[in-house]
Design a protein around this ligand. Structure first.
Ligand SMILES: [Zn+2]
Length: 288
């Protein structure tokens, strides 16, 4: 302590005794001035950004929107209704868009009535393939679907399951025959339909069967699955359905498939169909 104290007093006294330069004071004042000037502008610019970057509401909203994709880059999750919207907004390759609905009964008034009821249920016109499709397992489907279907089938076998398909591409004409035979089986004539006397029967038929032009099977991207030991209408209760649909349809999505008519979507056309899946490819299903 004794050694330090004298040194301190020395240094202080030395400073005090030093003659101040004539130039140092103005330079010092100028430097302080410049610093205050710059500091003031930095203060202003920080303040102008503050309401955007520091608003807690905005910050928390951004976190909510970003955290799922940032934290777990992987398969996107969808509600039933989001599956419907996602598919309807998707533009798939190798398809010709259909703008003019095809004939159904041949009676224009009856056809208009059927289309109005179909569209009120949420049915939409679906596109048809631009080129010929290959047969896979006895069914026509888009080439991109066939690769995924083979992989899905192989993986289901490894999981101890036996899956097959019971429908893939269906032409507008095949759908027309299917729809009109089911509708007329309910005992209505085309005149009844045109006169508005068969709206209930039309709606009943549309619960299970699309009007021609409105089936997703027209695209060649849609498959109906069957699980061994279960009728295809009973796919919902099969172990194949559980395997594909667990964890927000994880296995289905890993192979590029999404449920075509999931249980909790509004206005999608038919009643929910657990057996029908649409291939969209994996690229669009993984979050960026
Ligand atoms: Zn189907």
């Amino acid at each position: 302590m004794r050694i330090v104290e004298p040194k301190r007093t020395n240094s202080v006294s030395e400073q005090k005794q030093k003659p101040k330069s004539r130039f140092k004071r103005p330079v010092f004042i100028l430097a302080v001035g410049v610093m205050m000037f710059v500091g003031f502008f930095l203060f202003l610019s920080n303040n102008s950004e503050a309401p955007i970057s520091e608003d807690p509401t905005v910050a928390s909203n951004q976190d909510e929107n970003n955290s799922p994709t940032q934290a777990t880059p992987g398969l996107q999750e969808f509600s039933g209704n989001e599956f419907r919207i996602f598919y309807d907004q998707l533009l798939q390759p190798n398809l010709d868009k259909v703008d003019t609905p095809p004939a159904i009964t041949g009676n224009d008034i009856a056809d208009t009535r059927i289309r109005q009821i179909a569209e009120a249920r949420g049915y939409r016109l679906r596109s048809s393939p631009t080129s010929a499709l290959p047969y896979v397992d006895g069914y026509l489907m888009q080439p991109s679907v066939s690769m995924s279907w083979r992989e899905l089938k192989q993986e289901s076998a490894q999981a101890g399951l036996s899956m097959s398909i019971t429908s893939a591409y269906r032409s507008v004409e095949a759908q027309r025959q299917l729809f009109t035979s089911r509708l007329t089986a309910l005992g209505v004539s085309y005149a009844d339909i045109a006169n508005g006397l068969a709206d209930d029967e039309i709606d009943e038929t549309l619960k299970t069967t699309a009007a021609p032009g409105y089936s997703k099977h027209h695209t060649g991207y849609t498959l109906d699955f069957v699980c061994a030991g279960y009728a295809f209408e009973n796919f919902r209760n099969s172990p194949c359905f559980d395997w594909m649909s667990n964890d927000n349809y994880r296995v289905a999505k890993e192979h590029g498939f999404i449920p075509s008519y999931p249980p909790d979507a509004d206005l999608q056309g038919p009643n929910p169909e657990a057996w029908e899946y649409v291939w969209v490819g994996t690229e669009v299903l993984y979050a960026e």
